[in-house]
Design a protein around this ligand. Sequence first.
Ligand code: ATP
Ligand code: BTN
Length: 320
Amino acid sequence: MKEHSVKLSILKTLSQGGFHSGEELGEQLGVSRAAISKHIKGIQDWGVDIFRVQGKGYQLAKPMQLLDQDVLNQALSTPVELIPIIDSTNQYLLDRVDSLESGSVCLAEYQAKGRGRRGREWISPFGSNLYLSMYWRLDSGMAAAMGLSLVVGVAIVEALEQMGLNDVKLKWPNDLYYQDRKLAGILVEMSGQAGAAANLVIGMGMNLMMSETTEGITQPWASLQEVADNQSIDRNQLAITMIKTLHDALNDYELKGMSGFVARWNRLDNFINRPIKLIMGPREITGIARGINEQGAVLLETAQGLESYIGGEISLRPNI
Ligand code: ATP
Ligand code: BTN
């Protein structure tokens, strides 16, 4: 988006590190110092910590590695669009399913209207996390979409393990957890059917190095940097790995469905064998979580025996 080009150029310069004066930035971009100061405020509104020291200029509070379209293109054979400032990467692809090739990806640095399940807000500060969506044409149709969202979660956690990032778990149906805090969320949305096939958009938001001061999140959260023991994470490489992982998982799912999958999920289930409650509108059911079944339903051991629950309106919470 043209309107953001000055802010993005300022961020590119600041992401090189060190102080940059308003004068230097203004000269570089052909705008006044006052205009730079206004743009800096706008950048801060995107959730970026920038401080100013009299006589020195502006500096990022923390190093920032920007996503790079060229690096992504070189590593990937499917279309990837990097749109730094966007409403929602899921919405962007949903609006374009008719003209997209299955497997196409949209990535952003900031989402103004990032969303979670049931229209909840996904807080998406600039440059610190991963906001990734993939369009997938699922030939087996809508009924298979539930299983698919579980498969995607498992594939992502296993990919993190292969990178040496351990102890990430899953919360049914589609959250990634670390030490009982939310690290990432997956949102699968559908845009109509094309014959028997379903047009799906699979979106993932993963916190990488989100600032402690981030506001608006209504539950405990974690960042991948903690999992990596504060080692820096290459955002471009991570995005590439996640895109390849999604492609492989989706292709696999089309071939094999959920066969052999239950054990993979149960190994990673954050709440397995723990007391939980399932919230369904006004109704709450408590019991001990026992993983999932072949249909992808969550299993709950209650006083009445083992029960299974499935559906988009169910929220799982620890029962403490
Ligand atoms: P469920 O869908 O089972 O009720 P949930 O509470 O995680 O689980 P979602 O709709 O999946 O709900 O996700 C929205 C929740 O995630 C909200 O509580 C919101 O505050 C929180 N949230 C928003 N942005 C982030 C983020 N960047 N990191 C972690 N959590 C976030
Ligand atoms: C959830 O936990 O409810 C799912 C959160 C999904 C967030 C991602 S970020 C990329 C994509 N675009 C969106 O607007 N949402 C998803």
